[in-house]
Design a protein around this ligand. Structure first.
Ligand SMILES: [Zn+2]
Length: 208
C-alpha cells in the first residue's frame, strides 16, 4: 500500500505533495508552490509572485505553504497582504491552499471568508480548542510527526472528523507509514480504511 504524504520537502518521495523551495523549479510530480511568510522579500515581491504564478501547472496540487507566522521578521501587514494575494490566486486557479501558521490561528481564520477553495493547516500540533475553532470554520488539519508521541495531539486527532484529516512528514525524518499506522490505531479503523478516506479527502479538496 502507498501512503500519501500531504506535505513534504523531500525530492525522493514521489507520492505526496512536494513543497517547492523559493526560486526553484518544480519536480515532475505533485507539488505545492507558494510564498512562505518567513520568505517574503519586500524588495523582490514582484519577482516572487512572478515565480509563483509561472509555476502553476497541472502538477501543481496546491498554493502554499503560505500564511502567517508570528516569528517572521516580516511585518504583520505585509504578511497579510501577501497571504491575501495568494488566496486570490488560489481562487483564480481553483487550487486548495496549504497554510503555514505560527501563533496566528485567529488571524488566519479571519481570512477564511476570502477563500473559495479548501484551506488545510499543515503540521497542526496545537491545542484542541484551536483545532475545534478551525474545524468549525471548515479548515482541514494535516498532522505530522508529533502525533507519534504527543498524547494531547492524539486526542485532538481522535476528535477530528476523518473527512478533515491529512497526514504528512514535512521536514521530519520518518516513514509516513508509521504515522498512518498510529492514526488508524487512534481512530480505531483499519489502515486500508484510513488510506481510502485520505484519498477521498484529496479528491474533495481538488474539486473545490
Ligand atoms: Zn513544510
Amino acid at each position: 500500500m502507498d501512503f500519501f504524504d500531504f506535505h513534504h520537502h523531500k525530492k525522493y518521495i514521489g507520492y505526496g505533495i512536494y513543497n517547492v523551495n523559493p526560486e526553484n523549479i518544480p519536480p515532475d510530480f505533485a507539488f505545492s508552490v507558494g510564498i512562505h511568510p518567513k520568505e517574503i522579500n519586500i524588495d523582490m515581491l514582484d519577482s516572487q509572485f512572478h515565480w509563483l504564478q509561472s509555476n502553476i501547472n497541472d502538477r501543481c496540487f496546491a498554493i502554499g505553504e503560505c500564511g502567517l507566522d508570528s516569528f517572521s521578521n516580516v511585518d504583520q501587514k505585509t504578511q497579510e497582504d501577501v497571504f491575501l494575494r495568494q488566496i486570490k490566486i488560489s481562487n483564480d486557479v481553483k487550487k486548495p491552499l496549504i497554510i503555514h501558521c505560527v501563533r496566528k490561528f485567529y488571524e488566519v481564520i479571519s481570512f477564511k471568508k476570502y477563500a473559495e477553495q479548501a484551506m488545510i493547516i499543515h503540521g497542526f500540533n496545537k491545542k484542541q480548542g484551536i483545532a475545534e475553532d478551525l474545524l468549525k470554520n471548515n479548515f482541514y488539519l494535516s498532522f505530522g510527526k508529533a502525533v507519534l508521541y504527543n498524547l494531547s495531539l492524539q486526542n485532538t486527532l481522535k476528535m477530528t472528523p476523518l473527512d478533515k484529516v491529512f497526514l504528512e512528514t514535512d521536514n521530519d525524518d520518518f516513514i509516513i507509514e508509521e504515522l498512518y499506522q498510529k492514526a488508524a490505531e487512534i481512530k480505531g479503523i483499519s489502515l486500508e480504511r484510513l488510506n481510502e478516506q485520505i484519498l477521498e479527502n484529496l479528491e474533495t479538496i481538488q474539486n473545490g
